[in-house]
Write a protein that binds this ligand. Structure first.
Ligand SMILES: Cc1cc2nc3c(=O)[nH]c(=O)nc-3n(C[C@H](O)[C@H](O)[C@H](O)COP(=O)(O)OP(=O)(O)OC[C@H]3O[C@@H](n4cnc5c(N)ncnc54)[C@H](O)[C@@H]3O)c2cc1C
Length: 483
């Protein structure tokens, strides 16, 4: 068995693990990182950037968001059903973390909102190709390169398997190498950062009750199987609730063009199987809200509906609402996307010549759908008496063909599971520290109560980076004490 020695062993190299590794090394710890995949960055390679509050970007952009305001918003939103001390520490550190990342060469485009009602807390990473998905991979690369410069040793394709304890204290981590042979890292402290259980259908079913691709269409990042949760629980850490970090799925991931998905997520008509409206569609861009709405419907399904006059309007003028993920209002590839869906026989998108036919295809109650559309079209000429929708988004549904897309609960994976305190120290059932054990990122992200707080976007990567740093500070202090 190959053996290694470090003062701190960081388990996984997503943004929380990379941040923990850099921070611990900066504080003088010798660090080994065990990473299951052959590359670093985890889910954050697909994302765009972390949250920051009170940053120089916000000040320069005259954005009024302070730690006090964000903290109060957050605690109101979660009904104080979370660890306020951890939130306070995370938010307070977040502006300095943006500068800490900049010191490593990370550049930011600025501070952005995700959708109109959100705050501009999302610090989107600058790339060599402009703003777009995967921007945060540039942040991960800078963290990785800094860690290497600081002497951190990375063991890639080395999944951690077990936390080893002696006299109640962490003393090592068992892992396997790329050939499946056992490896042992002797250490004083271990920081678990394995990103939750988003790809583990059985754990999702067991801990959330949701069934993958039946009730919930989450991202399932390969390799994120709940290993860290099981390792922490087996080492004595208490279990907290494991939740899906909800973000709605439109169209079941069927292959199509950006124009189709962009149009179907615009604030038009949203109905359930009963043919009834279920929300003020202005809020559809908050994908957590949309996911919650879908989660409450029969078969956890609702339908976004447009007609061809809306499609034509969007193709000519651009869509109503853009976001930093889909910044381009141009949807001229809509018909191309529809052809792809027809060719592949999509079961999530529907095209019909009449409303009656659309009801038959989708299974929506026909009579109610006809009545809902009648009422909705009347609201378009007057005001939305049902859900008070902004008149600028009210467009009648009258001209064939009609298009519908199924909307389901979705998510970015799981959050939560390992109980930690504000120092990211793992706690047992008595809320006593498990000596030498720390957790960060999605594995320990118990901060959302029942819904992801999208009003402060960048929150989950922000928590990952900041909790990784906090865990590393605590672990480095502990290592100095025990040595
Ligand atoms: C498409 C997409 C876009 C997103 N965009 C944003 C965004 O812009 N802003 C934002 O705030 N959040 C965003 N998120 C969420 C954000 O990426 C995650 O919250 C964040 O990556 C979590 O970081 P983490 O370090 O906890 O875990 P992850 O990034 O999931 O990394 C976990 C790592 O653990 C490794 N691992 C698993 N098991 C083991 C093991 N046994 N041993 C060793 N290693 C192991 C995995 O290989 C992986 O590298 C996005 C998520 C997705 C899916």
């Amino acid at each position: 068995m190959k053996e290694y020695k470090a003062s701190v062993c960081v388990i996984a190299a997503g943004p929380s693990g990379l941040s923990a590794a850099v921070q611990a090394a900066q504080l003088g710890s010798d660090v080994i990182v065990l990473e299951k995949a052959a590359a670093v960055g985890g889910a954050a390679n697909m994302g765009m950037g972390p949250l920051g509050i009170g940053t120089k970007y916000q000040k320069a952009q005259m954005i009024d968001i302070t730690v006090e305001k964000a903290f109060n918003m957050f605690m109101d939103y979660t009904h104080y059903n979370v660890d306020g001390r951890l939130i306070k520490r995370y938010f307070t550190q977040s502006a300095e973390t943006i500068e800490w990342l900049e010191d490593m060469g990370v550049e930011f485009e600025g501070a952005y909102r995700y959708f109109p009602q959100s705050e501009a807390t999302w610090h989107i990473v600058k790339t060599d190709k402009g703003i777009g998905p995967r921007a945060a991979s540039f942040m991960n690369r800078a963290l990785y390169e800094t860690a290497l410069e600081l002497g951190v040793k990375f063991l890639l394709s080395h999944p951690a398997k077990e936390i080893v304890k002696k006299d109640g204290k962490v003393c090592g981590v068992k892992a396997t190498d790329e050939k499946g042979e056992e490896v042992y890292v002797a250490c004083d402290a271990a920081i678990i950062c394995t990103g939750g259980a988003g790809a583990n259908k059985d754990m999702i079913k067991k801990y959330t009750g949701l069934e993958f691709r039946k009730d919930v269409y989450n991202f399932a990042v390969p390799g994120v199987m709940g290993d860290g949760l099981n390792m922490a629980w087996n080492a004595g850490a208490d279990q907290t609730q494991v939740r899906i970090e909800m973000a709605a799925d439109i169209g079941g991931g069927d292959e199509t063009t950006g124009g189709v998905t962009n149009i179907m997520k615009q604030p038009n008509l949203l109905v359930n199987y009963d043919g009834k409206r279920i929300m003020n569609e202005d809020y559809m861009q908050n994908s957590t809200y949309l996911s919650n709405v879908a989660n409450h419907q029969k078969e956890k399904t609702c339908f976004s509906i447009v007609d061809s006059s809306i499609v034509k309007y969007y193709i000519k003028h651009g869509v109503d609402v853009t976001s930093m993920v889909t910044p381009d209002p141009d949807v001229s590839d809509f018909y191309e996307g529809i052809s792809i869906l027809k060719k592949n026989g999509s079961t999530y998108y529907f095209i019909a010549d009449t409303i009656e036919e659309l009801a038959d295809m989708t299974g929506i109650n026909k009579e109610n759908l006809l009545e809902t559309i009648d009422n909705y079209n009347y609201f378009c000429d007057s005001r939305d008496e049902e859900f008070f929708k902004d008149p600028k988004y009210l467009r009648p549904i009258f001209k064939a063909p009609f298009y519908a897309a199924a909307v389901h609960p979705g998510g970015y994976g799981t959050v939560g599971g390992i109980r930690i305190n504000e120092n990211c120290e793992a706690l047992d059932k008595d809320y006593t520290k498990v000596d030498g054990l720390y957790a960060a990122g999605a594995d320990a992200c118990n901060i959302y109560d029942d819904s992801y707080m999208f009003l402060l976007p960048g929150n989950s990567m922000g928590f990952a980076v900041n909790s990784g740093r906090i865990a590393a500070k605590s672990a480095s202090k502990y290592v100095k004490e025990v040595r």
